[in-house]
Design a binder for this molecule. Sequence first.
Ligand code: ZN
Length: 178
Amino acid sequence: MNLSKFTEAALFAARKHGAQKRKGKSGMPYINHPLDVADILCRIGGIEDLTVLIAAVLHDTLEDTDTTPEEIGGLFGEEVLSIVKEVSDDRSLPRRERKLLQIEHAPHLSLGAKLIKIADKISNVRDIIGETPEDWNDSMVAEYIRFARKVVDGARGVNRKLEDCFDKVSGMQLENLE
Ligand code: ZN
């Protein structure tokens, strides 16, 4: 893997997410999120493994766009595909069940998938705190943070800096809400 594969993956994800928006009221472009996850891994977690960073920018493409496993495997290889699959929810399942499965699966993920899961939850919690979606009340925010913490708890033991960052971001907010 080299750096040009990373920029290729970032552009691929940007095209696939297209005009999708994040939930917050300012309607941030969706691509900000996978880029944020890669940035968190790199700058907070000190992760330099391009396979992990490429999987990070692609992490929501299978779940949220028309991207196929064949496309990811063909362009970025089987190792990246396998990590992206690990961090993708099965959209045919009801929302509640998908969340329970995330908690259940977290301890069994590969190292790369655990790192992405933790960075993903840091990004989501920060976004929800920074700009709470209009239709969310405080108890929904608290519930999301508790869910995120359960997933992160299952993935712990892989990167102290990321885990500390999650604890800081989620802990401060839960104190305010409870
Ligand atoms: Zn995500």
